[in-house]
Design a protein around this ligand. Structure first.
Ligand code: DMJ
Length: 546
């Protein structure tokens, strides 16, 4: 990588001062999270979920989302009880059989997609299709402990119907889908032909799972084709831009980055490999990841560059970038993940939340990007890093995040968007992903610390989280080519955990070794991906020392 630009020298100063300040404050103000406190925090997060979920059910349902300040509701996506669908697998995770069953039953009976609504292909896929599929896989399977006796594939049928209504969007010369489609009439003739890379390239998990459950390959084929369409148009540097014309294949926005408009494109490349064993996807991920680490990584931050020249266009941290350290854990590249998480968390500490944009040149909130719309990304990475390292600093970070949400965002009927992180101004909106992701990752973090008792850590399958935080299990039917541990009543941990995984040094060494190979461009075969997964998974068995 080139020598750092002058602006980044100041950044290092900011970073070290923040890190020192944080370490000092941690010692001065708070002891590390004790097991007892972890349990309290987990229960507090459960209470946060119900405050928001009950607020939604009482004041907004069956509209899409809650207005938590005025205790009302609004239709924001398609007008089909979006927040309820997005919350289903969290109800299951919490073991709330009654509400899970009642919600599944209501959705099965009441939801219809033959409606004259034009919806976002991406948002509908990750929130609605993903929510329905994950709940179906839980409700239909005794092994999850949440099987609903009367359940008869209603959610799977709805998911298939919905996905078929999205299919017309993929009928383009590049295979990259339109951004929006009408559920009744297909793509409108005046529909915009410009879509984002994340929008076109983050569909493979949900559609792939659907193909494997329905035995109809069309869903998997169109979404893989979309990824190929995007990747075929990468620059010579192996970077992709932010927006593309789905007819001509020309990039209309050439800023390459790991955040806004691109983020989950990278995520689904790796996860399609982990869930489906898709080698093509792994290969693309490796190429794309290597380029991102070469051109976008400005240790510990990430910048946006022109995809052809690699010239920096935006020295900006944007809050969507914060999922990246979590993805790096899954990729076995722990060291940069730790550094970057520390940097991103220093922004959270400074404001109590992460603003949508933080300017790395002026070290201030970017104009017009002052809000925190209850996003999960930094919390998601905190969970993954704790899972991989068991370093208590991530529990401290989680505790800070709970405090911020409780003191700054809690409002009468749920949790409010923060429209300005400097003044903590509340806004009357609560995105469904607050329940699908933000609260879920916080709860999983503290449950892990206590000694986990949940489907993800102790369940019958390995689970992949979709980009909306939905649980997608690596069952034999879905995963096909993956190597599995026993499915007959035994957990992966009982067959996969070796004695020498018990210390974090060993695991970190292995993970780092794997990661360093990655940078050198050698296939990460010293330890297999399944082993990386097992190491991370095995840690989840060990609770905090008393
Ligand atoms: C969610 O819908 C998903 O995490 C998506 O990948 C990005 N945007 C929101 C959360 O910020």
């Amino acid at each position: 990588m080139e020598a750092k630009k002058p602006v980044f020298q100041f950044l290092w100063l900011f970073f070290f001062v923040s890190a020192y300040h944080n370490a000092f404050m941690r010692r001065a103000l708070a002891e590390g999270v004790t097991p007892q406190e972890a349990k309290q925090l987990r229960d507090e997060v459960r209470g946060m979920f119900y405050h928001a979920f009950n607020g939604y059910m009482d004041h907004a349902f069956p509209l899409d989302e809650l207005r938590p300040l005025t205790c009302g509701g609004e239709d924001t996506l398609g007008g089909y009880a979006l927040t309820l669908i997005d919350s289903l697998d969290m109800l299951a995770l919490l073991g709330d059989k009654e509400r899970f069953a009642a919600s599944v039953e209501w959705i099965g009976k009441s939801l219809r997609f033959d409606i004259n609504k034009t919806v976002s292909v991406f948002e509908t896929t990750i929130r609605v299709l993903g929510g329905l599929l994950s709940a179906h896989l839980i409700a239909s399977d005794y092994a999850t402990g949440m099987k609903i006796p009367s359940y008869d594939n209603q959610l799977l049928n709805l998911a298939e119907d919905l996905a078929r209504r999205l299919l017309p969007a993929f009928d383009t010369p590049t295979g990259i889908p339109f951004g929006s489609v009408n559920l009744l009439y297909g793509v409108d003739e005046h529909e915009s032909k410009i879509t984002s890379t994340a929008g076109g390239g983050t569909l493979t998990l949900e559609f792939g799972v659907l193909s494997r459950l329905t035995n109809d390959p069309v869903f998997e084929e169109v979404t893989k084709n979309a990824v190929r369409g995007l990747w075929a148009r990468r620059s010579k540097l192996n970077l992709v831009g932010a927006h593309i014309n789905v007819f001509t294949g020309e990039w209309t926005q050439k800023d390459a980055g790991i955040g806004t408009s691109i983020d989950s494109f990278y995520e689904y490349l790796l996860k399609a490999y982990v869930l489906f064993g898709d080698e093509e996807s792994l290969f693309i991920f490796q190429e794309a990841y290597r380029a991102a680490m070469h051109y976008l990584y400005n240790d510990p931050w990430y910048v946006e560059v022109n995809m052809d020249s690699a010239a920096i266009v935006w020295p900006l941290f944007n809050s969507l970038q914060a999922f990246w350290p979590g993805l790096q854990v899954l990729a076995g590249d722990i060291d940069p993940a730790v550094q970057t998480h520390t940097a991103f968390f220093s922004v959270w500490k400074r404001y109590g939340f992460t603003p949508e944009g933080f300017n790395l040149a002026t070290l201030s909130v970017q104009d017009g990007q002052k809000s925190y719309p209850l996003r999960p990304e930094l919390i998601e990475s905190t969970y993954w890093l704790y899972k991989a390292t068991r370093d208590p600093r991530y529990l401290d970070a989680g505790r800070d995040m709970v405090s911020s949400l409780q003191y700054g965002a809690r409002c009468p009927c749920g949790y409010c968007h923060i429209s300005d992180v400097e003044f903590h101004t509340q806004e009357d909106h609560m995105e469904s992903f607050f329940l699908a992701e933000t609260v879920k990752y916080l709860w999983l973090l503290f449950d892990l610390a206590v000694g986990p008792d949940n489907l993800v850590e102790n369940g019958p399958y390995k689970y992949i989280f979709s980009t909306e935080g939905h649980l997608l299990p690596a069952t034999p039917q879905i995963s096909l080519v993956r190597e599995h541990c026993s499915y007959v009543g035994a957990f992966c941990r009982s067959v996969g955990c070796k004695e020498d995984y018990h210390t974090s040094e060993i695991a970190t060494d292995l993970l780092e070794a794997n990661g360093s190979r990655f940078h050198e461009g050698i296939l990460p075969r010293t330890i297999s991906w399944a082993e990386v997964w097992d190491i991370i998974h095995c840690f989840s068995q060990y609770s905090l020392p008393a």
